[in-house]
Ligand binder design. Sequence first.
Ligand SMILES: [Zn+2]
Length: 420
Amino acid sequence: MLVLKSEIAHETALPDIGLHIPEIMPDEFHLGYFGRFATLSGFENEKVADAFLREGFSDGIMQSAYNLMPLKLAKLLNISPDDFVKNHTLVTLLRAAKHTEKKNHHPDVITTLGNKLAKRHASFCEKCVHEDIDYWGVSYWRRSHQLTGVGICLKHNENLCRVGTRNAIYEQPASHLRNHNFLLNDTGVKDAENPYVIKFMELINDFMDMEANINGAALSKLLANKAKQLDLRIHAEGSRKLLSDLLIEKYPPGWIELHFPSLQLKKQGEFFHEYDGALISSFSQSVTKLLLAIPVLLPDADSRILSHSGNIKPVVQPKKPVLSQNQLIESYVSNQGNINQISASLNRKSSKISAKLRLLGCPALGTVDKATLSALNAFYNGAPLAEAMLTPNININVFSEILRVSGAHVKKAINFRQSL
Ligand SMILES: [Zn+2]
């Protein structure tokens, strides 16, 4: 790090007290780290510190078009951009769930997401602050406390404190604690007793530890399948219940208000793209919204579901009850041997229906022309075969084929048509 300092010194005016590059802490959120760096190095304010980093670390990685905090800090700390973004920012959570697209540290991705918080406020745990000061001598902002939907410290099972003032994250949590500049998320622990919230927090934490990004399209498809089984509506039109309705039903209202306030304004039955869109794979899914859907649609799933790639078929379609011979024949007669109509009325594939009916001596009659049908009718009602075969315009091939495979039900099916 000293070498770095002398490299920069000749082109940048350093602050009087010298550059101080603190170690980055485990789970430390990068914007909080930047605040610590700026303060410790004696920069007048964050803007000056930021300008210093931009000038001091512009090189091949940082094209002049990009002035990206995570990349600058990675460079300052000599950590690979990939590792830095993965371990110290919220980019993986905030970006859309497209695992095949650009890497998380790609400038196009972090340009808009690199300095964002996932919540509307910065969060810290009072107990962690005291422990950190005792152990490290400083307090710092933990990334795991900044995750959407996480209102408690999972280590201490305590409500998180939240600070909503602008740029609060550049100042150590200990100073906000000292100045009483925070609100207590007092429903945090209570909300976290909700089984869906517990599952959500588990998933989001495991997601942050994952090596690869989520395959949003595959996960979305899996969730949509499950939603259909639960008879939920996945499209805008219709009147059935939606995923967004189910979310409001299952998650605690206080928790929704704090973490997903837009959901609170939704009316029952109103399609809400931001949430219901998670089930339409052509959407650019939000990781958070996919994670939000998992506990309510697949309450038994564990974090392995986050690696779902679409290669396996974990959702087994429920088996349809076996059709009885009587049901088949009844439908054959009432639909006058029309296979398409029979398969539609029984909700089965037409190829299967047709094969089963043939075994029962019920050939397809839907495409048989009028003349042949009336010849068959005449025959079944007692006319001699030779006479029936002389019917004008009869298709002899079809006529004889039907007679060859047919059983008693053909007569009924044909009569059924005539009697209507
Ligand atoms: Zn804590």
